[in-house]
Design a protein around this ligand. Sequence first.
Ligand SMILES: Nc1ncnc2c1ncn2[C@@H]1O[C@H](COP(=O)(O)OP(=O)(O)O)[C@@H](O)[C@H]1O
Ligand SMILES: [Mg+2]
Length: 254
Amino acid sequence: MEGAATAAVAVEGLSRRRGSVRRGREVLSDITAQFLPATFTAIVGPSGSGKSTLLNCAAGLDRPTRGTVRWQDQEITGMGERRLARMRGEHAGFVFQSHNLLPDLTIAQNTALPARLTGRRPSPAAVREALSRVGLDDVEHRRPAELSGGQQQRVVIARALFTRPRVVFADEPTSALDRCTADAVLGLLRGAVDQEGRTVVLVTHDPVAAATADRVLVLDRGRVRAELHRPTPQQVTDRLAALQGPVAPREVPV
Ligand SMILES: Nc1ncnc2c1ncn2[C@@H]1O[C@H](COP(=O)(O)OP(=O)(O)O)[C@@H](O)[C@H]1O
Ligand SMILES: [Mg+2]
């Protein structure tokens, strides 16, 4: 690293094997990448290319077979589960495709849950404000089932941002949503970067979603094949289409 900004998240030489020693295979191979503060990175690639595995390893939800993961100046690789859970609770927010809202809790309780799990006692006013910031007013006493899919995903974003995390990890957060609702959710993530200085790492197979990012990492067969800066959706589509051919044995990852 060239001195400048310390990366919010940095992965180095990251590999992840799946399966048994004899019959297993590497689903991530030697990935090195940095996610700088207040930047938005999208990870794209074909299904099975390792996007979720990379996100989960970077997020401290999965453990790499080789390599290291650092969050700012702390290496999280090798941390015990309790300490890792505390790190996640303090520094990371999560948004997944299936919203993971608890059906029996109110929207307010769902929003405040990660904060409470790390020992904080958020005020009702703070929860209201967090919901209002994602465009949801007067929903805090409702249950998730009473909200539309798009509203539920807004709650998830409010929940992810509520602890003021350094990094938000999002895995296909818009793939179950229509274009218009998806764009609204992407706008909230973009705003978290531009207005609040969060770092966002977004896994998506949608070139339009990817084009919301500052930078796009193109993954294929466990390796980063390309890095695009502020691409258009068409440029992302073209780069993905160019992956179709066989990978030359000595191809060097970009
Ligand atoms: N729990 C698991 N056990 C075994 N193989 C897995 C598991 N999760 C993912 N894989 C395999 O690892 C590869 C990468 O998966 P994944 O990271 O989910 O890809 P993507 O998110 O790009 O679709 C795939 O070939 C997938 O089948
Ligand atoms: Mg995936």
